[in-house]
Design a protein around this ligand. Structure first.
Ligand code: F0G
Length: 454
């Protein structure tokens, strides 16, 4: 059996609880069968997300102790600004408290009622902000992007023909911006090729449409560029990052993911875009030299971004995910391939074929897996969608249970435990019933909605 090696050692540990199943049953019941509402003390392996729960390095921890706390003009801010300028090669940097805060401001600045945001695939918070500002999302992924079983190296690529057709249909001025999401989250952490970004950039240039990169999952994407894309093989991670950044008008990221800390920010070369965004930062986030983040987090991001430019660091997530995916595939368990970044994605539709999409199979699988293992995953299916304007259910393209592997957090035996429990659940899948809402919030219902067995 071949397996990846950890290229780090454990310095600080945190105790975990593995409750007996009777107590887990009470916990998931009290959580309304929504894994977002579980208490972390009742969870053994928290695979809900990689957001804000990546392990920090000794150097990040050390940097946090020397942060310069001041409202305006903090030296800490300038340190991060220099790192961003160096890594992305952009002139301007603006801080925000997390990724969706960037999305709020970008949507306010660029999206006018009736305009369209074209993207390889939406993310939940992105879509919510675009629609809140009167725009709509048009997904222009390639035909095979949503195939669960695949050997396509870059399922996150944009379909240029679809983009051309959209520009023709809408007119370039009605397209608020084109958004490329690195490491495409909701289709299984699938990367975008540098070659595709270049093509999209050329088309956007020609029509004067801004190109925006969501770099939240850039670390995983870079790993796959390096591994799977011939032209990137001989480039350093820094060269790939700079080349990508040079193709975009605006880059934003959640530092809860990229940089293994918390916070976020945006960088750009255009002074005009910088100024339009700057005014909103002070309104919604805080002064320009902290943007809602603590200076300690800003220090941690600066070091975390530098560390991201190291193959030994960014390979950890994808390598462990690949191990998990390959083990599950061997057992015949339906899972997204090729293995991507962020986590391992179970195909809940195929896992629970006796449930219809109206019964939220991915949500049901999330609750069942917690019950049998204490492992907490995240529903990424119909439950994570918003209803149509007429109140009807909007069925998601895929019904996924995402098991995130936060970077450098879990050991091999913990990953093996999760695999073992998933295999058990698959063998007993007929036991899993569907769910229905008993409390359904209007916006982003998956966060705090409550459900009961159908
Ligand atoms: N963009 C992408 C691609 C993301 O994955 C996320 C967050 C955001 C933007 C928003 O950033 O959370 O800092 O406000 N993804 C988390 C997840 C929530 O669990 O996948 P944020």
């Amino acid at each position: 059996e071949s397996f990846p090696l950890e290229m780090h050692k454990v310095c600080i540990v945190q105790k975990l609880n593995l409750l007996p199943i009777e107590q887990r049953r009470i916990a998931i019941d009290e959580a309304g069968n929504n894994t977002f509402l579980l208490k972390n003390r009742d969870v053994y392996l928290d695979m809900l997300t990689d957001s804000g729960v990546n392990a920090m390095s000794d150097r990040q921890q050390a940097a946090m102790l020397v942060a310069d706390d001041s409202y305006a003009g903090s030296e800490t801010f300038f340190r991060l600004e220099r790192v961003i300028q160096d890594i992305f090669g952009t002139r301007f940097f603006l801080p925000a408290h997390q990724g969706r805060a960037c999305e709020n401001i970008i949507a306010q600045v660029f999206v006018k009622p009736g305009t369209v945001v074209a993207t390889n695939y939406h993310f939940t918070t992105t879509k919510a902000h675009v629609t809140l500002n009167g725009g709509s999302i048009e997904e222009i992924y390639k035909a095979d992007a949503l195939e669960i079983t695949s050997d396509k190296p870059f399922k996150g690529d944009i379909d240029l023909e679809k983009l051309r057709a959209l520009i023709q249909r809408q007119g370039a001025e009605q397209i608020a911006f084109v958004r490329i999401e690195a490491g495409t989250n909701l289709i299984g952490g699938q990367p975008v090729s540098l070659a595709n970004m270049r093509d999209v950039h050329q088309l956007c240039q020609k029509h004067g449409i801004p190109l925006v990169l969501d770099a939240s999952l850039l670390a995983d994407n870079l790993y796959f560029n390096k591994l799977r894309e011939p032209e990137c093989r001989d480039m350093s991670l820094r060269e790939i990052t700079r080349t990508m950044a040079g193709l975009c008008d605006l880059i934003y990221f959640s530092a809860r993911k990229l940089g293994c800390a918390r916070g976020g920010g945006m960088c750009m070369n255009s002074e005009e875009i910088y100024k339009r965004i700057r005014d909103k930062i002070v309104l919604y986030e805080g002064f320009l030299t902290y943007g809602g983040m603590s200076v300690r987090e800003i220090e941690a991001i600066a070091v975390g971004l530098e560390e991201t430019m190291d193959m030994d660091m960014i390979s950890q997530g994808p390598q462990f995910i690949r191990f998990m995916v390959e083990q599950l595939v061997e057992k015949g368990i339906p899972v997204i391939t090729p293995p991507g970044g962020l986590g391992c994605h179970l195909d809940a539709g195929a896992f629970l074929p006796h449930l219809s999409q109206a019964q939220y199979p991915a949500g049901a699988l999330a609750a069942a897996l917690y019950l049998v293992s204490g492992v907490r995953g995240m529903e990424r299916g119909t439950l994570s969608e918003q209803r149509n304007a007429d109140g009807s259910e909007r069925y998601s393209d895929m019904e996924l249970l995402r098991l995130a592997l936060p970077r450098r957090v879990f050991t091999m035996s913990q990953v093996k435990y999760a695999i073992d429990r998933i295999v058990w659940l698959y063998e007993h899948r007929a036991l899993v019933g569907g769910l229905r809402f008993v409390e359904e919030p209007e916006l982003l219902r998956f966060f705090f909605g409550r459900l009961a067995p159908t």
